[in-house]
Design a protein around this ligand. Structure first.
Ligand SMILES: Nc1nc2c(ncn2[C@@H]2O[C@H](COP(=O)(O)OP(=O)(O)OP(=O)(O)O)[C@@H](O)[C@H]2O)c(=O)[nH]1
Ligand SMILES: [Mg+2]
Length: 290
């Protein structure tokens, strides 16, 4: 979308004096432009039309709230809380640049504040030397141990090592980084499937989750990323990153609708504190400028 925000445009549309056929056509276009996808946009627009006929809203705010309610019904969320008495392993996935490594650091800080949870970071992105260093810097700043090997090492082996040493040290939360880039997409998928197999074989008594990071600013592409990763290894939860940079993120709705995978965290900035459990109210109020 161009410069004006999705939420502002919706507000302007709902302020119009007549809620006629034209408005719903424009609404559908706006929703598509807001990354809700063609099918969802049409459905939502039709449902809102019915609802307006039936419930006779008093004005713009009423319609905004009707839309919010409809979108809220489509969004799945789940709070992720590690279990103290078990080994918890979270494999963080996503294409390059979405915010995986930063999110791991934020999660480490977030979870280490919970009583009885001791995180350890696993430098599973061995594809780039800088990725290992980046994780190590976060670990140093946060005072959290990082398990690493040399660049080019087998990521599965790094994560395997992390699990072994974490068990020996009574650390109970492994946050594992992964590469978002390989020579090509098929390679990336194959590599992830390999890592997944290793972790799975090693975590029969652990709580193992594969969490995908989606960048809020990438638009419809986010749905394709989610489909690809879900098909390759199965995703247990999604983290929406960079929700601070623009009022974009409509893609959350078609992702939930299509894949039935819940959103668990929302990232709203570059510092360690900018991570919260995914709250639908916050998400939708920001998206719709309510
Ligand atoms: N504004 C904003 N920036 C973020 C957020 N999360 C991450 N970033 C920034 O996004 C950039 C990429 O973050 P990384 O954590 O390195 O992303 P990555 O997915 O690990 O990237 P690769 O390892 O290259 O695949 C960095 O400049 C981060 O500071 C967020 O929630 N908000
Ligand atoms: Mg990274």
């Amino acid at each position: 979308m161009a410069k004006i925000n999705f939420g502002s445009r919706l507000k302007k549309l709902f302020t119009s004096p007549k809620w006629d056929e034209n408005m719903f056509e424009e609404l559908e276009d706006l929703l598509i432009g807001g990354d809700l996808g063609a099918v969802t946009s049409m459905e939502i627009s039709d449902r809102l039309k019915e609802r307006i006929k039936k419930d006779k809203p008093g004005g713009r705010e009423d319609i905004q709230n009707m839309l919010k309610e409809m979108l809220s019904e489509e969004i799945l969320t789940e709070e992720i809380i590690p279990e103290k008495d078990k080994m918890n392993v979270y494999l963080i996935l996503g294409v390059n640049g979405v915010g995986k490594t930063t999110t791991i650091a934020k999660m480490a800080k977030y979870f280490s504040a919970m009583e009885g949870i001791t995180p350890v970071l696993s430098a599973g992105d061995t594809f780039r030397a800088a990725a290992i260093d980046q994780l190590e810097v976060h670990g140093e700043r946060l005072g959290i141990r990082v398990v690493r090997q040399n660049p080019g090492a087998d990521p599965g082996a790094v994560i395997f090592d992390t699990l072994e040493s974490a068990s020996a040290r009574s650390e109970n939360l492994v946050l594992a980084d992964t590469a978002g880039r390989m020579h090509n997409k098929a390679n990336l998928i194959k590599e992830l499937q390999k890592i997944h197999k290793i972790v799975q074989s090693k975590t029969q008594n652990a709580i193992y989750k594969k969490l995908l990071v989606i960048d809020a600013t990438t638009g419809q592409n986010g749905l394709r990323q989610a489909e690809t990763f879900h098909e390759a290894v199965g995703i247990d939860g999604i983290i929406l990153s960079k929700y601070d940079s623009a009022a974009k993120g409509g893609v959350v709705v078609p992702i939930c609708k299509e894949l039935k995978v819940p959103f668990c965290f929302i990232g709203t900035g570059e510092n360690y504190e900018s991570l919260q459990p995914f709250d639908k109210d916050y998400f939708l109020n920001t998206l719709l400028e309510i």
